[in-house]
Every structure is written in C-alpha cells, then in structure tokens.
Design a protein. Structure first.
Length: 473
C-alpha cells in the first residue's frame, strides 16, 4: 500500500456504519459557536456521532469534529467493527498495538498528499482554515487537536503532543505548554540554550495516529513509532518546507513555524475540559512560516469543553495506570475512567484479590500514575464490571464500610484546571488537592454473601428481540 490509512478512510468506515456513528450537517455553519452548539445538542440527547460539516462560513474547507466522541469510536479507530465493540477489550487492543512500535518510512514531497498545496511567506494566512470559536467567553479562535512536533535539542528525539493554539494573527499562533508537558520541558531547554524551537503542527489523520500523540510514555519515546503501532502500519513521513522536522505525509494540513521560548504571550480565557473557563495563562508564540495541505483538505476540530476532549486521551492514561497497578497487584483485571467523571477525575479498577490490603494498594498505585487529574479511585473485585456503572455502585453500596475502606491522602500536587481547586495560588503552583481511595473489595478473611447472578447459559441464549414484540436496541 503506497499510502497510509488516513482520516478519509476512517470517515468512510463511519459513514457506512450508519447514523449512530456519522452525522452530516446540511446547512452552512458559522465558525463562531455554531459548530459547538450542534455537537452539544447531540450530546444532550445521548448521541455522539462523528459530525461532518461541509460548509463553514469564510472557508472553502470542510470540518469534522467529535471523532473521539465515544468510547466505541475509540474502538473503531483501533480496527474494531462498529456495533461489535466491547469496551472492556478496547484498552487491551490499545495496549497490544501501543507496544508494537513500528519504524517510520520517509517519502518525498511528490508522494505526500499533504504537499499538494504549499503556502509560504506572504501567502501564509491561517484565516483560510475553518478554525472555530468554541465557547462564548473564549478569548479567540483556538486550534485544539493539532499534533505539535518538536525535537529535543539534547537527544535529537522527536516529540509529538496535542496542545491548544490560540489564533493571534494571520501568521501567529499561541502554544500553551504546561511545565510538565514534554514539549514544555523541551521549550525550557531551548530557552536555556538561547535557541529558537522549530515546530510543526499537523491536523487531520486517521484517529489511531492522533491517539499516538497522547501516548503516556517517557520523553525518549518517539511518538511516530507509537503511531505506527496503533495504526498497524509504518507511518509515512515527509520533510517540512521551512523547518527541519518530518510530518505525516498523509495528514490533511501542516502548519510550520518557530518559537522563541524566551518570550511569552498569554492565551485565554478558555473553555476547559471540566465545563469551566480557565483564566488567562502564559503561552509561547509560534511565528508561522508555511502551511501545506491537500487541495481538498478536511479540517479536524475538537471542542475542549465537550466530553470528546477527555475521551480522546483516556486510553493513554488508562494504559499507564494499568501498568502501574499490575506491578503491585499482578491480578489486575480492568481499568476504566468513566464518562461520568469527565473521563478524567474518577477511576474504577477491578482486581482479583489474593492478599489483604490489595484494594488500597491498587488505589495508591493507580493514583500515583494518574497523578494530577484523577482524584477518586474506586477499587472493586473481579466479579464487578467496571464498565457498568450500576455494577460499580452496587459494590460500593454492599461491600464498602466507610470507616474501614475510605482512605484520604492529603496535600498532594493538584491540577490547576480542577474547578474544585479554589486557592489563590493554583495558577502559580498547580494547586494542592486531596486524593481518595475507596476499597469496595470483599475482605478475604470474612464470610461474604453470595451475589445473585442470572444463569449464564440462558443469559447468552435468550435475546430480547426474540421475545418482545417490536423491541429495538
């Protein structure tokens, strides 16, 4: 196969899967707020399809959003068949692919669809793209799901991550890199060396590729190799036009630029992942030197105040948590960051308990890895389905004794974007917060009642559609 599977291949799979997975807007949309309203109205009625918007006012390019709008869409991105995705299997498929690093393939510009149009110098104008204004009080339009590529000046290893970029002008973008982000560490190193930092932002690729940029590995891992593993094929890269960085040849759009990490700007207010506005923050400034794209490029958008934002990176976080728990409790069964906790503040872990105290130990290991976002971890036995919230709450109601099974860990480093963090120093220090572990596992040394479960044979055999007239799932 000459090219990689790309965003268009994914959209074709989703279109064929039907209206549960794909919705196309049949009217022009204003990039100021209207795209987000459509997405949030669908979510309000519990629908989370990929949304394709062919007509965005002020741009000739179509827009797609909600690509990561549900856990099931994550499974489809990893090659699972729509309608047959088992949420419990998604993480294990992700982990299998994540470990299968694949070396990249370099190709010439002539073989790269993303080079069909090349804009340099005075021709550079971010205004041609259908960049959206997501929330009413956002300070400007933001690019929110661009994959930013940079190079570690000491090791030469490439780093790719997703950050937010406020539009500052026709050829200027902000880059909000928190100190603990890999790119933030790299930018500080460039500042120490007195050097400018070359970057490239690529937009629009197969969602498996985008998931790779949210990998939670160490800084010396090349995310391009992780992307190849998640995609299931070696990623095709091509050199940039104005900076010494490679970018995916089969992306839709690439924005090339340079950061002077010794000078800062501000971005925000900004509608954050927890449905609250974040205050203005320090950001770097990208001076855009070139834009390359396909002739009929599709702009990939993501509304940061929509659940899609957190769902997009949940697999990388869950995989790291699973590894951490497995080191101390080898019998860990499953990990789930549920949508009810914004897929970021709440965590469920199931284990097959073999020693007393393993519930709390699993919780400590999970929270130490999840660190800043997750505040509460509920640990349950392996007979509890962590992907069925009713089942988790049943375990909480019937197996947990508050005085015995709740542990509070006080005064730990917190998340400055947590809406519950009200102290006045949070923007400078990252805030302090407490963590809670709830051990809802059965005690090993005491007799426990036997839970009632339906007969497995009949449960599997009897289908509601065969027994109830007009039943529709």
């Amino acid at each position: 196969m000459e090219r990689n599977r790309d965003l268009r291949d994914f959209l074709e799979v989703i279109r064929k899967a039907g209206p549960r997975y794909y919705a196309e807007v049949n009217q022009p949309l204003d990039p100021h707020l209207e795209v987000g309203v459509i997405q949030h109205k669908l979510y309000k009625i519990d629908r989370n399809p990929v949304i394709y918007c062919p007509n965005i006012a002020g741009s000739k390019f179509p827009l797609v959003t909600n690509v990561f709008g549900s856990f099931e869409l994550l499974g489809v991105a990893l090659g699972m068949e729509p309608g047959r995705v088992d949420q419990g299997e998604i993480l294990h498929e992700y982990r299998r692919r994540e470990a299968d690093l694949k070396p990249v393939r370099m190709v010439s510009a002539a073989r790269a669809p993303v080079k069909e149009v090349v804009l340099r110098g005075k021709k550079v104008d971010l205004g041609i793209l259908p960049i959206t204004h997501h929330a009413p009080l956002d300070s400007a339009k933001f690019i929110t799901i661009a994959n930013m590529v940079c190079r570690d000046p000491d090791t030469g290893i490439l780093n790719v991550g997703v950050y937010r970029h406020e539009v500052k002008g026709k050829n200027q973008l902000g880059a909000m890199l928190l100190p603990y982000h890999h790119a933030g560490v790299i930018a500080r190193r460039y500042a120490e060396l007195g050097k400018k930092m070359e970057v490239a932002l690529f937009l629009g690729h197969h969602p498996a590729v985008v998931l790779g940029s949210m990998h939670r590995g160490s800084q010396d891992i090349d995310e391009y190799e992780v992307m190849g593993g998640l995609l299931g094929e070696r990623l095709r890269l091509t050199p940039c036009e104005t900076v010494d960085l490679p970018v995916p040849a089969d992306a839709e759009i690439v924005i090339e630029g340079v950061i002077d990490p010794r000078s800062m700007v501000t971005d925000g207010p900004f509608g954050e992942f927890a449905d609250h506005y974040g205050e203005p923050r320090n950001a770097y400034l990208i001076k855009v030197k070139a834009i390359t794209m396909r002739k009929d490029a599709i702009y990939h958008d993501l509304d940061s105040a929509h659940p899609e934002h957190n769902i997009a990176h949940v697999l990388g976080m869950e995989s790291a948590i699973y590894d951490s728990v497995k080191r101390v409790v080898p019998t860990v069964k499953a990990v789930n960051c549920p949508a009810s906790g914004k897929a970021i503040f709440l965590l469920y872990v199931s284990i097959r308990k073999t020693l007393g105290g393993q519930g709390k130990l699993a919780g400590v290991a999970a929270l130490s890895t999840a660190s800043y976002p997750v505040k509460t971890c509920i640990v349950v036995d392996d007979d509890v389905d962590v992907f069925d919230e009713k089942n988790v709450l049943w375990a909480l109601a019937t197996r947990m004794v508050p005085g015995r099974d709740i542990t509070i860990i006080e005064n730990c480093a917190g998340n400055a974007l947590d809406p519950a963090a009200y102290d006045e120093t949070r923007l400078k220090t990252g805030s302090m917060q407490d963590y809670m572990i709830i051990d809802a596992t059965k005690p090993l040394t005491l007799p426990c009642p036997i839970p009632i479960t339906p007969p497995k044979g009949l449960w599997k055999k009897m289908k509601l559609e065969d027994y109830i007239k007009g039943f529709v799932r």
